[in-house]
Design a protein around this ligand. Sequence first.
Ligand code: NAD
Length: 263
Amino acid sequence: MACFTFSIVISAVLVGDNAGARIYAKMQAKSCEQVGIAYELKEFSDDISEAGLLGEIQKLNDDDSVDGMILQMPVPEHINARTIQAGIAPKKDVDGVNPANLGRVVMGHPEGAPCTAQAAVRLVEETGIDLYGAEVVVVGHSEIVGKPVALLLLDKFATTTVCHIGTSDVGMLEEHTTKADILIVAVGVPGLIKGDMIKPGAAVIDVGINRVKDPESGKSKTVGDVAFDEAVEVAGIITPVPGGVGPITTAMLLHSTLLAAKA
Ligand code: NAD
C-alpha cells in the first residue's frame, strides 16, 4: 500500500506584546503540536507600520510552505485589523476573517466561517436537537461570532433571531431569550443572561470569555456571558466557561488548517 506524508504549516502573526494574544498563541501551538501541525509564530514589534505588516502578510501569502495563517488579536491601535485581515489570502485564512470568506458564508459555504462561529454551531449540532424550524436566539451580532453563527443556522432552516445592544436598550432581551430552544450568547458582558431569562430545558451555548475578580478570593477568574450557577438549574444543556466553546474553537482552527493544506 502506498503511504503519503506531507507536512502542514500554520503561521501565526503576533504584533507587539499583548499578554492575552500571547497566551492564545501558546494554546494554539500546543494544540498544533498534539496533532502534528507545525506552528510558526511570526512576531513583529508594535511599531511596525500597517503597510509594513501588510507586506509581511503578503510574504506569507506567497510562501508555498505555509498552509494557513492567523492574525492574533488585538493589534496595536495604529493598525487597522480589518485591512490586515483583508490582506490574508482567502485560501490561507483558516480563522475565517477575510471578507471574501465571510461573503462565502452568506452564499452557503460554511467552511470559510470564523472558527468560533463554526465551534458554536458544531456544539448546537452535537445536542441532537432538530434545527429545522427550531427557535434559536443569538445574542451578539459581531462579524466574528454573532453574524456568522446566525447565517450558518439560517442555512439549517432554524428560525433565527439576532439580539444585540439595541434589544437590551429597549428592554426586550428577555422577551426573546425566554422563547429560545437554543440560546447562543456572544457579548462580552459577564453574567448578562440570568437563569430566569432561559426557557426551561433549552440548550445554552456560552461563547463569552470575561476576566472578573472573584469577590471571595479576590483572584481573577474567567467567566462567560451566562450566569452559570443559575442557568444550569434551568437549561437542558449548557456549555461551561472555561472549557466549552474555547477548546472546540481551537479544534475548528486545526480542522480548517487541514482543509487548507488538502486544498
Ligand atoms: P463584540 O464586542 O465584537 O460584539 C459584542 C456584541 O454584543 C455586539 O453585537 C453588541 O451589540 C452586543 N452587546 C453588547 N452589550 C450588550 C448587551 N448588554 N445586551 C445585548 N447585547 C449586547 O464581541 P465578540 O468579538 O463577538 O465577542 C463576544 C464575546 O465572545 C467576548 O466575551 C469574547 O471574548 C468572546 N469570544 C470568545 C471566543 C471563543 O473562542 N470562545 C472567540 C471570540 C470571542
